[in-house]
Write a protein that binds this ligand. Structure first.
Ligand code: HDE
Length: 694
């Protein structure tokens, strides 16, 4: 049957009718193809007849779809999910005594940086708050080339030799047959591998500690992990370990909080970093070094080339050498955060490697990975990877070459063009003549063999709540392991790390007495003193800076009290967000920022509850409101409340107790008491009430 042609309204430019798109006649704003041809219609493909087939000649459609089909590049095999920011680095003093690196000479000179923070195990679309290591990679665009400090938020690593990296990563990623779990180490393959790799034990202690679930990217430390060298103009080398220290201090979430945040806001860390920078609250870190010579290295009771060891700060203190401030969000996530290509081999004169066998393997891997991710050898020409100093050599052509390289001379030596690039033995990079060498063999040095002493030292350096969290983390992860033999093997390792730790985890899983008996290669030392610098709780800053207080309000809430709290929080560098049952109903001068159902209390650092009497009654019937308080209490957050909130607190089973951070805001000292509790971040004394320890 012949169909009736549909009625089509056409506007002057040929669009279907009823559209509100704006068009332009100005050349400046014209939408074009990639060849610069202005496009008249970006809504409809070219058809043979209004209901007829699309024509192959529609070059506008084909170009657009083809480009779209190729929008994704391979994600990073590890560290796929990340967030980036621009900023600058400024040295605190002239470091010429230690290094000739040009960006470390003049305290008045700023060097541009781009930082990318990341999780390790999950894919690019995974959540921000799994238990995981965080990558902390900084590209310094120095005037003598790019220097990449590609570190993590944990100062040691799981393995000692690059040979094991693919095995480690295979084991922690999704299991290959089933494709899960995504972004989680709590599964058999990971624990099977690490339980057979005693060298992992120290790193496991860190990963199972609160370092694995940071509050935000602004609250993490960063480490270069390997021992590097600084080399001065006279060629004298000093060993260094690099440490980044956050201006806001460190802070972590609780596991239950991290899990709930993952559901409530999978982009929690990315959003936090973006919003802080967007609002002008620029995050900053100091760069510190532990600098030492060969004599000191020889005196240490471990090998400085072993990346599973730290040098406690109490043994070699940190020296602050510079400050990094992140001042701008990326303009385009793909072009910058996704295409940035880090490589530990991007090094500048004045800095050098050591033969740490993990670092040596990395020096191969990162260049290789960029070839497959970015499609060829010219990735250094992508704007985010381009050095800011002159870059001249005779490398030519290749996939996606962008620079126009003039002239006949594409070789060296040459006499045809006296102006062509030449070596510079004075300014040029020259490797430190490391005397290390010997017979060709595949062997681990005996000095790498002690796998438990520093793991034990880490445990002993934790405060009681942090020890409890480590017990809980091992218990959670191992309880997800289906193969009992793996659980028993891990319990054997934990007994070696510290018998009390092994016992507590075994008891929590109901596996007391089932640990496998393991023989360590080297008996763990019992005399290493605790290093208080390793504890997060002991170092938490009492501040509201960088923190968010949420105020739960209803119709009829006391706007004056809300304003008082807001001003007090702002004065201390924090911010206040108003959560209300309905976002679109500003009342009495109170404008909600979030609707209760989408803003559980896990997203905030401290809480105030300011309902009116009627509002509190209404909220009694809302699980979201009661959970808001229950979770806030269980997540150890300071809670301030107004008089009318009483029934709501009672329903959540929470009693006023200033000593436990539940504070009435009424009265002259109420607000001060709340702020004092909120500055603490977590009220640790409350933990025994909500998380009894095995
Ligand atoms: Fe990496 N690592 N890694 N890694 N790594 C990568 O490079 C690798 C290691 C780190 O934000 C990859 O561009 C090997 C230690 C960060 O873009 C890859 C070994 C530390 C990032 C790679 C290690 C790191 C990466 C994947 C053992 C802390 C993200 C994509 C020999 C000091 C950088 C890419 C960014 C990324 C290899 C071990 C930190 C495959 C072979 C130790 C922060 O090249």
């Amino acid at each position: 049957m012949k169909q009736k042609p549909p009625k089509v309204m056409r506007s002057a430019n040929g669009r279907s009718g009823g559209e509100t798109h704006q068009t332009t006649t100005s050349d400046k704003q014209a939408l074009t193809t990639n060849q610069g041809v202005p496009i008249a219609d970006n809504q409809n493909s070219l058809k043979g007849g209004v209901r007829g087939p699309t024509l192959l000649e529609d070059f506008v459609l084909r170009e657009k779809i083809t480009h779209f089909d190729h929008e994704r590049i391979p994600e990073r095999i590890v560290h796929a999910r990340g967030s980036g920011a621009h900023g600058y680095f400024q040295p605190l003093k002239n470091l010429s005594r230690l290094t000739r690196a040009s960006f470390l000479q003049d305290p008045s000179k700023r060097t541009k940086v781009f930082v990318r923070f990341s999780t390790v195990a999950g894919g690019a679309g995974s959540v921000d708050t799994p238990r995981d290591v965080r990558g902390f990679a900084v590209k310094f665009y120095t005037d003598e080339g790019n220097f990449d400090l590609v570190g993590n938020n944990i100062p040691v690593f799981f393995i000692q030799d690059a040979m094991k990296f693919p095995d480690l990563v295979h084991s922690v990623k999704m299991e290959p047959d089933r494709g899960f779990p995504q972004s989680a180490s709590a599964h058999d393959t990971f624990w099977d591998f690490v339980s057979l790799m005693p060298e992992s034990m120290h790193m496991l202690m860190w990963a199972m500690s609160d370092r694995g679930i940071p509050r935000s990217l602004r609250h993490i430390e960063g480490f270069g992990v390997h021992t590097f060298r600084l080399v001065n103009a006279k060629g004298v080398s000093t060993f260094v370990k690099f440490h980044w220290r956050p201006g806001l201090g460190m802070a972590s979430t609780l596991w239950d909080e991290a899990v709930k945040i993952a559901g409530a806001d999978p982009d929690y860390h990315r959003r936090d970093l973006w919003q802080a920078i967007d609002s002008g609250d620029f995050p900053e870190w100091t760069l510190n070094i532990q600098a030492f010579d060969q004599v000191t290295a020889d005196e240490l009771d471990f090998d400085i080339l072993d990346p599973t060891k730290i040098i406690p700060e109490e043994t070699i203190p940190l020296t602050p050498i510079g400050r990094m401030v992140l001042t701008a969000n990326p303009v385009n996530f793909f072009a910058e955060t996704e295409q940035i290509a880090f490589h530990p081999g991007h090094i500048v004169p004045g800095i050098d490697f050591t033969p740490d066998p993990l670092l040596q393997g990395r020096l191969f891997s990162y260049l290789d990975t960029q070839l497959s991710r970015l499609g060829g050898p010219n990735f250094h020409e992508i704007p985010i990877n381009r050095p800011v100093c002159p870059m001249r050599n005779f490398q030519r052509d290749g996939h996606m070459r962008m620079n126009l390289q003039p002239g006949r001379v594409n070789f060296e030596p040459s006499s045809l063009d006296p102006g062509s690039p030449r070596e510079n033995p004075v300014r040029g990079f020259s490797s430190f003549p490391d005397p290390e060498g010997g017979p060709k063999l595949r062997q681990r040095p005996a000095t790498f063999a002690d796998h438990y002493s520093q793991a034990r030292q880490f445990w002993r350096s934790m405060t009681p709540p942090e020890q409890g969290h480590i017990v809980n983390a091992f218990t959670f992860e191992l309880s997800k392991v289906e193969t009992p033999a793996i659980r028993k093997r891990m319990l054997g390792h934990l007994d070696l790390v510290e018998p009390a730790l092994g016992k507590r985890v075994a008891a929590a899983m109901g596996m007391t007495g089932q640990a496998e008996r393991l023989m360590p290669a080297v008996t763990p030392r019992d005399d290493l003193p605790p290093s208080p610098a390793l504890s997060i709780v002991a170092k938490t800053l009492e501040t509201l800076k960088g923190r968010t207080v949420a105020a739960l309000v209803t119709d009829g809430s006391d706007a004056a009290l809300l304003q008082k709290v807001r001003l007090a929080v702002r004065k201390e560098g924090g911010q206040l967000e108003v959560v209300a049952p309905r976002i679109g109903a500003p009342k009495d001068g109170i404008v909600p920022d979030r609707q209760l159902d989408g803003a559980p209390s896990c997203l905030f650092d401290a809480l105030v509850v300011l309902p009116s009497r009627d509002g509190a009654r209404e909220l009694l019937g809302a699980a979201a409101a009661v959970d808001w308080l229950r979770d806030g209490f269980a997540h150890l957050k300071a809670i301030g409340f107004s008089g009318d909130a009483g029934p709501l607190l009672a329903k959540a089973g929470i009693e006023a107790d200033p000593a436990l951070g539940v504070v009435a805001l009424d009265g002259s000292r109420g607000l001060d008491a709340f702020l004092a509790a909120a500055r603490k971040y977590k009220i640790w004394d409350r933990e025994r009430l909500v998380r009894p320890q095995p």
